[in-house]
Design a protein around this ligand. Structure first.
Ligand code: CTP
Ligand code: MG
Length: 260
């Protein structure tokens, strides 16, 4: 497998840490959804954002990480949009799998199985599952997750403690009571677990409708670690989320080029 050559001292130490430890790191991007809440005919992972299709941004951050050996992208079997774009800059690490399923968890499980046919991924290797719909993941957030979990027995996820006050409503949208937000976090991605654990967790009955991977691991009685992230790693769900994502990306980029 071709490896990205480290350019700075910090990159070099990450490169050696991740490539010469027992477990390797892989990333998997589920991108087989349609984005029904975006109300656009184009699946949301392809909507233009800061001059690129949305998925480009997460793909770039993951492919540029010296610690990550390969990045698997899971597309819907009938996807006709992927090939309309140029992906050659990622050709050293990118593996495209056309095996998306009916739910996010099915796409991930199908992708994990196909990944083991397409690569040398082993049961103890780490897999970072990251949604195409979170384009603003920064290099710093990614490094923090990998560093904090590299020696962890279970794995974990980026997350943010809740800051808003929480209201429990009745059926007519009136406040029934105020919930305590103590100890409550919002789960983000990447979520990082060992390959075999993730396959086992997602293969259990009931897992395929869960909205994140950590929930499937929790159902095994395990306790994934919450790694402190921040609100910039937002998920794009509704059209208005694009405005904020565009601002965050522009600020992060300091201007990497537009689509040609
Ligand atoms: N996803 C997937 N396969 C599915 C459904 C979702 O790979 N059957 C992916 C999406 O492409 C996205 C991630 O899972 O990258 C998170 O899902 P979400 O934000 O819910 O995206 P969609 O399911 O596409 O959007 P919606 O729920 O609004 O339809
Ligand atoms: Mg969805």
């Amino acid at each position: 497998m071709k490896k990205t050559v480290p350019k700075t001292c910090q990159e070099e130490s990450l490169f050696f840490r991740y490539n010469y430890m027992m477990s390797k790191f892989f990333a998997l991007i589920p991108a087989a959804g349609f984005g029904s809440r975006m109300e656009n005919n184009l699946p949301k992972q392809y909507l233009p954002l800061a001059g690129r299709p949305m998925i480009y941004h997460a793909l770039r951050t993951l492919c540029r990480s010296p610690g990550i050996a390969s990045v698997f992208v899971v597309l819907a079997p009938g996807d006709s949009e992927w090939l309309r774009h140029e992906w050659s800059e990622f050709s050293g690490k990118l593996v495209v799998l056309n095996c998306g399923g009916a739910t996010r968890a099915m796409s991930i499980l199908n992708g994990l199985k196909a990944a083991s046919d397409a690569s040398s991924i082993g049961g103890d290797d780490w897999v970072l599952v990251h949604d195409a719909a979170r384009p603003c993941l920064s290099e710093a957030q990614l490094d923090k997750l990998m560093n904090e979990l590299a020696d962890d027995a279970v794995g974990g996820l980026l997350a943010v403690p809740l800051t808003d006050t929480l209201k429990r409503s009745d059926v007519s949208s009136r406040v029934e009571y105020t919930e305590s937000r103590k100890g409550l976090w919002q789960a983000q991605t990447p979520q990082m677990f060992r390959y075999k654990l993730l396959v086992d967790a997602l293969s259990r009955p009931g897992s395929l409708t869960l909205t994140d991977d950590a929930s499937a691991v929790e159902a095994l009685g395990l306790h994934p670690k919450l790694v402190l992230s921040d609100a910039r790693n937002l998920k794009i769900t509704y059209p208005q989320d694009m405005i904020l994502a565009e601002l965050i990306l522009r600020a992060q980029q300091g201007g990497y080029g537009e689509c040609g």
